[in-house]
Design a protein around this ligand. Structure first.
Ligand code: ADP
Length: 411
């Protein structure tokens, strides 16, 4: 089945076209700076799997125009990968927040759209552009079935004691204040690959204890027991948990009123400070990008060193916490930009965890030849595995879409 996957941000629209049987990516690309300044500086980058990329500068005042350019690129005689749009069987959409209603992916209808709209109050920066993408593609491809795949869905299996905050219970009941978790599609994808790798070593899927670490610009971890998420580091919003590129992660909430009073700034300004000027950027004063920090640290920058230490320590601490939550660890998985590429960070994140049965093979961890593929970087006799698994959220969205539209079960 040919499935088109969309991941819509407020000013960008990423897409990938898949054949799902057998699985193959046909083309991928991004429409960028959509809507910004009426989309006048917008561009489309389209890359067929076998062929030359297409770069177009074209005005894209809204997502519907952007979808139009994407569809043209996919069918273009020179850079296209399908003859015409009738070859596309379904469209899958990434949606950030599915609240408590969606524990798995669903076929989109008016009722689902209304629910996504309702959850926009919980994800005001993400659900509205996700919806714009859905509406734009429904208008351009009105006869196609569409599926929503939620970032929060994988975490809906968390037990209540893991997702509830120690606040008055009425705030949960009346305002939905609880931990939801994000990056669920990535945690689900890499935990499935890890589960297959563990099964090959004779550990039955229902008995597996897996900790997944998604370390990109945004960072989160999940504790996965027998294929089900039982805890995750992000919470009500993607601010909780690990130290990230620009986000502070876990913090004593009393810091917020203290800063408001001391600095005479509003809650909104503190919120922006915690989301946009903290984390690796705030600690180092250098950059939010781990590559820059590693370079600065090598040149002796003490704050860059500190930022990396804090980052790795937080991951290490959560691995320990999740070992306790799971009752052991069969595998720790590293994924996303930092997790897949930065051997030093991986090493620091598992340092001293031999007592939990996690022993690294230093040279496999550094082996650049293993990049881009699922790799086991633990020592041969390590009781638990340390795995590096490239994430592929788009592929999982395509799989879910094909399964729902084809009437087969998910996973
Ligand atoms: P996003 O969350 O935006 O999808 P990515 O998963 O692309 O982000 O991760 C971005 C992060 O990955 C940045 O901090 C970047 O420095 C880091 N990164 C990418 N490649 C490398 C690398 N080779 N070594 C170290 N860090 C890397």
């Amino acid at each position: 089945m040919v499935v088109l996957v969309f991941n819509c941000g407020s000013s960008s629209l990423k897409y990938e076209l898949f054949e799902t049987d057998p699985e193959q990516s046909l083309a991928a690309g991004i429409a960028d700076r959509v809507v910004v300044r009426a989309g006048r500086d917008a561009s489309l980058y389209h890359e067929p799997a076998d062929g030359e990329p297409l770069v177009l500068e074209c005005p894209m005042p809204d997502h519907e125009v952007a979808v139009g350019y994407v569809l043209e690129a996919l069918t273009d005689s020179e850079h296209g990968v399908i003859r015409d749009l009738t070859e596309i069987a379904a469209v899958g959409h990434r949606v950030v927040h599915g609240g408590e209603r969606f524990a798995e992916s669903v076929l989109i209808d008016d009722d689902v759209i209304a629910a996504i709209e309702q959850f926009a109050r919980l994800a005001p920066l993400h659900n509205p552009p996700n919806l714009q993408g859905i509406r734009a593609s429904r208008s351009r491809l009105p006869s196609l079935p569409m599926v929503a795949v939620f970032d929060t869905a994988f975490h809906q299996t968390m037990p209540q004691y893991a997702y509830i905050y120690g606040l008055p219970y009425e705030l949960y009941e009346q305002h939905g204040i609880r931990r939801y978790g994000f990056h669920g599609t990535s945690h689900r994808y890499v935990s499935q690959v890890a589960a297959e790798m563990l099964a090959q070593r004779g550990i039955r899927p229902q008995d597996q204890h897996i900790v997944t670490c998604h370390l990109g610009n945004g960072c989160s971890m999940a504790a996965v027991l027998g294929g089900k998420c039982i805890d995750t580091t992000m919470g009500f919003t993607p601010l909780e948990g690990l130290v990230m590129g620009t986000r502070c992660g876990d913090l004593d909430p009393a810091v917020v009123p203290y800063l408001c009073e001391k600095l005479g700034i509003s809650v909104r300004e503190v919120d922006a400070l915690m989301n946009e000027r903290s984390g690796l950027l705030g600690l180092s004063g250098v950059s939010s990008d781990m590559r820059d920090l590693r370079q600065a640290a090598q040149s002796g920058d003490e704050r860059a060193k500190l930022a990396i230490e804090v980052f790795c320590y937080r991951v290490r601490k959560y691995i320990g916490a999740y070992a306790a939550a799971l009752g052991g660890v069969d595998a720790v998985v590293f994924t996303a930009g930092i997790g897949e590429n930065d051997a030093y960070v991986r090493r620091r994140c598992v340092e001293g965890l031999e007592t939990l049965g996690l022993c690294l093979d230093g040279s496999r961890n550094e082996d650049k030849a293993l990049r881009g593929q699922a790799a086991d970087v633990s020592a041969a006799d390590s009781p638990g595995r340390i795995l590096v698994i490239p994430t592929d959220e788009e592929l999982l969205i395509a799989r879910d879409t094909a399964a729902i539209v084809g009437g087969t079960s998910l996973d």
